[in-house]
Design a protein around this ligand. Sequence first.
Ligand code: UT7
Length: 309
Amino acid sequence: MTGARTIGWGTALPENIMTNADLEKIVDTSDEWIVERTGIRQRHIGGTTAGLATEAGRKALEKAGVDPSGIDLLILATTSPDRDIPATASTVQKNLGLECGAFDLNAACSGFVYAMVAGHGFIRSGLERILVIGAETLHQYIDWEDRNTCILFADGAGAAVIERTEGEGELLGWSLSSDGDYEEALYVDRGDKVKMAGREVFRQAVLVMERAGRAAMKQAGLEPSDISVVIPHQANIRIIEASCRRLGIPMEKAIVVLDRTGNTSAASVPLALAEALDTGRISEGDNVLLVGFGAGMSSAAAVLRWGAR
Ligand code: UT7
C-alpha cells in the first residue's frame, strides 16, 4: 500500500497590516460591528500571489529538509492568479527552482483541501514528493466602497510538502463537492470586483461544511469524538462556530487565525494548519479534520492522521 504524509509546512503574509480602524476611515463600518459579525480584527494586504506562494513554499521545503530537485509536482491552489495566462504555478516553479510539472487549481476557498486530496492521489499514482500551496492576493478583487465584502477578504499563503510512505499514509477519508446552482452567490467577473450575497453564502456554508466533514469522517471510519483538531476555512467565526456545533465537535478543537488574517480563501486552511503545528496543537497520531467551502459553491473535507506512515 502506498500513501503520503506531510513532512513540511510554511506560510507567508504581506507586511502591510490593515486594521478594522483603518477600514472605518474608508467605509461606513465599525471595529465593533466587524469583530461581532465576523471575528476579524486585522488582515494583511499586498504582494503578488506568486511572491507569497514562493515564500511559503520555500519555508515548507526548508522545514521538510527537501531540495527543490526532490519535488515531483507543484499544485498551486489559487483563485487570484497574477495573470490569466500562464498559471501562477509556472512563476512559482521558476522562483523556487523546481524541475517538475506545475499547475494552478481553482476551487475557490476549498482549493487547498482539493489540492491536498489531489496530491495524495498523485502520490498513489507513483510520484514521490509534492509541494501543495494555497496562495491569494484577493485585494485584486476588493471593492473598497463595498462594506459587505471589503472587511472580509485579504492576502496570504500557506504551503505543505507531502511525501510518499509505504503504508496507508495520513489521508483516511475525504470528500469534494461543488454545486453550480450557487454560482451567483459569490463571483468575480473578468476585470471586475467581487459580488457576494453574504447571508446566502453564510447559510449554505454551514450546511456544506457539515456535509463535507461528515462524509470525510464516515470514509475514515471515525466519529466526531475521534477528531482531535479541526482546521476550518477561515471565513467568519460564526460560520466556524455553527459548523462545529452541527458537526458535533467542540469549538475548542477548532483552530482560528481569521482574527489576524481575515479571509484568505485558498490560503486560509494552510495558514491555520501551520499555526496549529507551530503552536503544538497537533501531535503524532491525532486525527485532523480539514474542512472548507467557497465560491462555486465548492466544499471539501479531509481527515488526516498526523504522522501516519
Ligand atoms: O469564503 C467565502 C466568503 N464569504 C463568506 O464567508 C460570507 C458569508 N457571510 C458572512 O460572513 C456574513 O453574511 C457577512 C459578514 C457578510 C454579513 O454579516 P450578517 O450578519 O449576515 O449581516 P447582514 O448582511 O445580514 O447585514 C446586517 C446589517 C445590514 O444593515 P440593515 O439592513 O440591517 O440596516 C447591513 O447593511 O449590517 C449592515 N452591514 C454593515 N454594517 C457595518 C453590512 N456590512 C456592514 C459593515 N459594517 N461592514
